[in-house]
Ligand binder design. Structure first.
Ligand code: GLC
Length: 561
């Protein structure tokens, strides 16, 4: 193991935890989660074992898109606290060995941002070309909108000047003109500001849209050049300033295009990208109880010649709709039928507004198998707050807000999230079987069989086996399509993972061609071993929806785990 690998490329086997400060912990009883509340919970995160905290937007905002509509990049929303409180959070996290990354939303601002207010005053205003304008009636762009329930065009007419501005997302989120060197400089300044405050990197919002040159004039396109070059410059600036900060991109595009966003073979673009394709194929596999969709996506992913420092971030859930947009219509309908058959569970015609446990009918075996899979797929796992205790959603809430309900700390009123009267809370909490009386941190903390204890164990074991974060993955051939057996190999050692997508117990037989004669498979979670036969033959028993992680121990391997 090379020293520079494990100590410098820290993101390769990190565990990411994302949260929105306003729904995490309210310290002052006003019904809104805040930074001092979060600071008090850093020890909880340390106990869970996560190593990166991703903060969803915390900047001043009219909050029409849950903070993704920013009015000041250099401050903290006063409802959440102050810049001083933010520094306390960052410092406390660092003290407990947790890095902090912030959402970087630079595709657009809020229409209430002072830059846009200026820009729309007149065509001559110095801020005019900070945004993207057109003076002719736009064509029909209804097929390009991201939120089809609310928008029918990506252009909006500004009555005062009679021109249209570009907004790839909501009308109130005008796109910044990245081709403008002044905007570029401002972006560098924003990154410089937050890294100076101690931030360890960014989750970059909507990357393909940032680099999209729709609406730019021919001259602008020419001076901007290759949009990917801008991304490289951002990465280079960030690492010049900090050494080891990362850019984790939201890039929901086919794998071959993700290669470009990584900076191609050189890997000088984004450090990490979420694996949206892998996530969607996982749900298809779960719905079909057949692992082949994952085998296919892993094979495609493997073909990309990625640089050593780049990394995938794997996830089952994030704060948005669970998008199924990269599946075919037929596949999407299969997943809808299995995990969200009612219309109220679906959103934008392409996604689900449910969390994992409710989609999997609350079956603890299946839920645990899904998370075990997440932690063994090569890459860095990313979880959304509340997943560690198996929180559910509140379908009564509009769109994506269904999964953004307050963290459930205790069985008390408001789930221990806030002392405010329920009517003052930023969001109601779910009721029924997934309400805080049944699902909360306090009850699970000391229960060794709880979801929380299980997840803590997964995190610990994942960190202990760098093969999972770093390794090269191979699918281990065997005939049972309801079972995925894969091997993660790195630095001369290897871990085998087996997952049963079906409800029935089974025994799988396979051959480990590369195992040294006399090797043993040591179960990572149980005090069990299994011998590898002379020709590498293995027989493995799996329960219905069972999972196993097995370390391949050669005859001369005496490492302590
Ligand atoms: C990203 C965010 C989403 C937001 C959108 C616009 O997709 O994840 O929540 O609405 O960008 O900023």
């Amino acid at each position: 193991m090379r020293i520079t690998d494990t100590s410098d490329l820290w993101w390769k086997n990190a565990v990411i935890y994302s949260l929105d400060v306003e729904t995490y912990c309210d310290s002052n009883g006003d019904g809104v989660g805040d930074l001092p509340g979060l600071a008090q919970r850093i020890d909880y995160l340390a106990e869970l074992g996560v190593t990166v905290l991703w903060l969803m937007p915390f900047y001043p905002s009219p909050d029409k898109d849950d903070g993704y509509d920013i009015t000041d990049y250099y401050d903290v929303d006063p409802r959440l606290g102050t810049l001083g409180d933010m520094v306390e959070v960052i410092r406390t996290a660092h003290d407990r060995g947790i890095r902090v990354i912030a959402d970087l939303v630079i595709n657009h601002t809020s229409d209430e941002h002072p830059w846009f207010k200026e820009a729309r005053k007149s065509k001559e205003n110095p801020y005019r070309d900070w945004y993207v304008w057109r003076d002719t009636e736009p064509p029909d762009t209804s097929d390009k909108v991201v939120f089809p329930d609310q928008e029918d065009s990506i252009w909006e007419k500004d009555e005062k000047t009679g021109e249209w501005y570009l907004h790839n997302f909501y009308t109130f989120q005008p796109d910044l003109n990245i081709a403008n060197p002044k905007v570029q400089d401002e972006i560098f300044k924003i990154i410089g500001f937050w890294t100076q405050m101690g931030i360890d990197g960014f989750r970059v919002d909507a990357v393909p849209f940032i680099l999209e040159t729709t609406g730019y004039s021919a001259e602008e396109k020419k001076s901007f050049g290759d949009p990917q070059q801008f991304l490289r410059e951002v990465t280079s600036f960030l690492t010049r300033r900090t050494g080891d900060a990362i850019l984790l991109g939201e890039v929901n595009v086919p794998y071959k295009d993700q290669h470009t966003f990584f900076g191609g073979d050189r890997g000088d673009g984004l450090t990490m990208q979420f694996d949206f394709i892998g996530m969607q194929s996982t749900y298809l596999a779960l719905a079909r109880q057949d692992c082949r969709p994952i085998v296919t996506s892993l094979a495609q992913r493997r073909k990309l010649p990625l640089a050593r420092q780049t990394q995938w971030a794997n996830f089952l859930r994030n704060h948005d709709e669970l998008t199924l947009d990269k599946l075919t219509e037929k596949e999407r309908q299969e997943v809808f039928a299995a995990f969200g058959p009612e219309e109220e569970m679906q959103v934008y015609g392409r996604g689900l507004k449910r969390r994992v446990p409710t989609m999997l009918d609350g079956d603890p075996r299946r839920i645990r198998m899904a998370y075990s899979l997440l932690f063994t797929l090569p890459g860095t796992p990313s979880i959304f707050y509340g997943e560690e205790i198996g929180m559910g959603e509140d379908l009564a809430q509009e769109g994506r807000m269904a999964v953004r309900t307050p963290m459930q700390w205790t069985s008390e009123e408001n789930g221990g999230f806030s002392q405010a009267p329920a009517s003052k809370l930023i969001s109601p909490l779910p009721s029924g079987g997934y309400g805080p009386e049944h699902v909360n941190v306090a009850d699970q903390r000391s229960d060794p069989d709880s979801m929380l204890s299980f997840l803590r164990q997964l995190i610990f074991r994942y960190r202990q086996h760098p093969e999972l974060g770093w390794g090269q993955v191979d699918i281990v051939e065997q005939p049972d399509t309801s079972v995925l057996v894969h091997e993660c190999r790195w630095d001369g050692s290897s871990v085998i993972a087996a997952h049963n997508f079906g409800p029935d117990g089974t025994t799988v037989s396979f051959r480990l061609d590369q195992a040294e004669p006399g090797s043993t498979l040591v179960d990572v979670f149980a005090d069990e071993k299994c011998e590898v036969g002379e020709k590498g033959d293995v027989e493995l028993v799996l329960e219905g929806y069972g999972y196993r992680w097995l370390r391949v121990q050669g005859p001369n391997d005496h490492r302590l785990y």
